[in-house]
Design a protein around this ligand. Structure first.
Ligand SMILES: Cc1cc2nc3c(=O)[nH]c(=O)nc-3n(C[C@H](O)[C@H](O)[C@H](O)COP(=O)(O)OP(=O)(O)OC[C@H]3O[C@@H](n4cnc5c(N)ncnc54)[C@H](O)[C@@H]3O)c2cc1C
Length: 657
């Protein structure tokens, strides 16, 4: 049986009980303990700065040239908290309930309650750090709504929330660097975790500038290395996002949980050609005022596809606001998985609005007519600019007037890979199945179940980093104070370094004909086609066969130019691609084993007559954990963590009424 270390007591008291009974490290002893934090996104930077401030010695790593450039700066829309500033009936319980329901009842209840509880502290912390959240005229922090909620609880800084919050965390981090409590290693990539006597005691990292491998030891290791969305090649994630550190932990015994739970975001700029390497998100916040539609009449759709008419030529009565039609209670603010599938359904039926037939409209005409362009630009100006820069269409521009009604250019959007709910399995203390190895932020699986609600990733990353890990890691460290600082001159470090060196040399020695990107692109096609929005048993089996062939192609026909010494971006990418292929297989195994549809995991065999996801609580009410079996070619073993709900009644999600 998996021990999740969930404390006893009612769900609302578990965290309080935990804190009351946990072991704490005496302040004088903290400086004797070293902690490695890998990652400087919102999860890593918040954890590293807080642990430093508490007195621990922190070694903090990132692959970018500055912590400020972590992927977290991409976060646009906002961060949730149950402050109830709008007095619209929000509460800790309601945020907890919405998150569990949004995750299609596949999250761990106790974790989610804790998350909702600490959400309010995060806002206070970020404001204290100078985070420039949007404010009402009277000075109170402003809120907007995100999917899966009927209240306004999302705090935001224009369309740059992640960047502003990371600047706050980065300032705190810098203070600790200045105080000597955090040592920062930029442009270092963790390649392996070192296990001594069953405990994580260090890492092997490569200096990406010199190309040299280096050893680092500590009493505990925390991984905060983000999600694995780039397995699909095209995604909204930053180009450098990768799953290699997570895969290194997995290969060293950390279980990987729910890999099939991948989030496909409904509002991204559609793919426009085969030379693209990146997709751009149009923030979910736009769904506060933007309305999603396709033509009612298939003939209009055909004309749009042929470029004979524009969206603004179609009058109100001929538009199908299909989300408002299908889900009257939540309308355009249904959760992402529901909105994405609904877009796919319309496009599959031929109603797509661009030349590829894979796009729907996101339209601000009604909001601009009601509120005026100035108000709309105040809310979404930078997102409108970003859209115009990429597509050369200004969504705030008046495009047509029909019967006295003004129509503005709509955006075109389509679903794309965006976030990964699965990740390294952690217990209530955020410790993985390897002692002394912790995982926080997007790289763990903890709080979002089968689907994450918008603006909840920043909430989880910062909850983990500022408020949960700094408590829970002390339980582990409290009996480590007698363990002296580690030497890196041990057989375990020797062995780990030798293996990484051998892997790098092997990659350099292949000298085949294909570039890293061409193989990665092929991986992306396989994943999107067979392990994407709609999955079937046959498709997943095909994916597994094709992924094996692709691994063979990688092993025999990859070409990496340059040398192993010095800076070599292609080598960095190749190392990550090897892990993406293993990750792809893991996603496919998980999706094939989970014979139900839930959240972002949609198995076409398991759907209702109306095309909604059909869960099977009787047989799949658990977390699927995968254990590595010694090499990448062998299938992993399945372990199950049963879910226990005591406060929330598990039922079918309903966003219609
Ligand atoms: C376009 C976009 C918009 C988003 N908007 C929102 C939003 O509005 N609200 C919201 O809640 N969420 C949003 N999200 C999701 C959210 O941004 C992420 O889930 C979150 O920022 C992840 O934070 P993290 O700290 O876990 O990881 P990251 O920010 O991905 O940081 C990972 C860190 O790990 C380091 N790293 C990675 N691999 C290694 C390695 N091998 N060795 C050393 N270091 C390594 C990197 O250098 C980096 O510092 C958005 C996501 C995207 C893509």
């Amino acid at each position: 049986m998996i021990d999740s270390k969930i404390p006893e007591g009612p769900v609302a008291e578990k965290w309080t009980n935990y804190k009351a009974h946990q072991k704490l490290v005496n302040p004088a002893n903290k400086r004797r303990l070293d902690i490695i934090v890998v990652g400087t996104g919102l999860a890593g930077a918040s954890a590293a700065s807080t642990l430093g401030e508490m007195g621990f010695n922190v070694l903090n790593f990132c692959i970018q040239d500055s912590p400020r450039r972590a992927h977290s700066i991409a976060a646009q829309g906002g961060i949730n908290a149950a402050k109830n500033y709008q007095n619209d009936g929000d509460s800790v319980y309601r945020l907890f309930y919405d998150t569990v329901k949004g995750g299609d009842y596949r999250a761990r209840e106790a974790n989610v309650y804790r998350l909702a509880e600490v959400s309010n502290n995060i806002i206070d912390q970020c404001v204290a750090q100078g985070g420039p959240f949007a404010r009402e005229y009277g000075g109170l922090l402003a809120n907007r709504s995100f999917g899966g909620a009927q209240v306004s609880r999302t705090f935001y800084a224009k369309g740059q929330t992640g960047q502003q919050l990371l600047l706050g965390a980065y300032s705190s981090l810098n203070r600790q660097i200045q105080m000597g409590k955090v040592k920062s290693y930029n442009r270092y990539e963790m390649h392996d975790v070192v296990i001594i006597d069953g405990r994580a005691r260090g890492i092997i990292a490569r200096n990406l500038v010199t190309g040299k491998l280096e050893r680092f030891a500590a009493h505990a290791v925390v991984i905060a290395t983000g999600g694995y969305g780039n397995t699909y090649f095209l995604s909204t994630n930053a180009m450098a996002c990768n799953c290699s550190a997570a895969m290194a932990c997995y290969r060293k015994g950390a279980w990987f949980a729910n890999p099939a739970y991948v989030q496909i975001h409904p509002t991204c700029i559609p793919v426009h050609g085969d030379k693209q390497s990146k997709l751009t998100l149009m923030s979910e916040s736009l769904r506060n005022d933007g309305r999603i539609w396709v033509p009612k009449d298939i003939e209009d759709a055909k004309k749009l596809q042929a470029g004979q008419i524009k969206g603004s030529d179609i009058p109100e009565e001929n538009r199908d606001y299909y989300l408002e039609r299908r889900y009257p209670a939540f309308g355009n603010l249904v959760p992402r998985d529901v909105a994405s599938r609904a877009a796919k359904e319309r496009c599959d039926k031929g109603y797509g609005v661009n030349n590829t037939g894979k796009a729907v409209f996101l339209d601000f005409s009604e909001a601009i007519n009601r509120l005026g362009i100035d108000v709309i630009r105040q809310r979404y100006g930078n997102l409108f600019d970003m859209y115009e820069e990429i597509t050369d269409v200004n969504p705030g521009e008046l495009a047509n007037e029909i019967n006295g009604e003004k129509y503005y250019n709509p955006m075109m959007i389509y679903p794309a890979i965006h976030y990964t709910m699965g990740g390294i399995w952690v217990d209530y203390e955020l410790q993985t199945s390897v002692k002394g190895l912790f995982a926080i932020g997007e790289c763990n699986f903890s709080d979002h179940g089968a689907n994450r609600l918008g603006a909840s990733a920043l909430m989880q990353g910062l909850a983990d980093g500022y408020f949960v890990l700094p408590y829970t890691i002390q339980n582990y460290l409290s009996d480590q104070i007698t363990v002296p600082h580690f030497s890196t001159d041990t057989p375990e470090f020797d062995e780990a370094e030798k293996r990484v060196q051998a892997d790098l040399e092997h990659i350099m020695s292949i000298q085949g004909k294909r570039s890293v990107d061409s193989i990665h692109k092929e991986l992306g096609h396989i994943m999107w086609e067979y392990v994407g929005m709609g999955r079937t048993k046959e498709g997943l089996e095909t994916a597994l066969t094709k992924l094996k062939e692709l691994r063979h192609e990688f092993e025999t026909n990859l070409f990496v130019p340059g040398t192993i010494e010095g800076m070599n971006n292609e080598l960095d990418k190749a190392f990550r691609l090897r892990d993406f292929i293993t990750m792809g297989e893991l996603i496919a195994y998980d999706a094939l084993t989970r014979n139900e549809s839930c959240g972002g995991h949609f198995r076409e065999e398991y759907q209702t007559e109306e095309g909604e996801a059909k869960r099977d609580d009787e047989n799949f009410f658990y977390v699927q954990c995968w254990k590595y079996n010694g090499n990448d070619e062998t299938a992993p073993s399945l372990l199950k963590e049963p879910l226990h709900y005591e406060a929330i009644k598990v039922q079918t999600r309903n966003y219609k009424s």
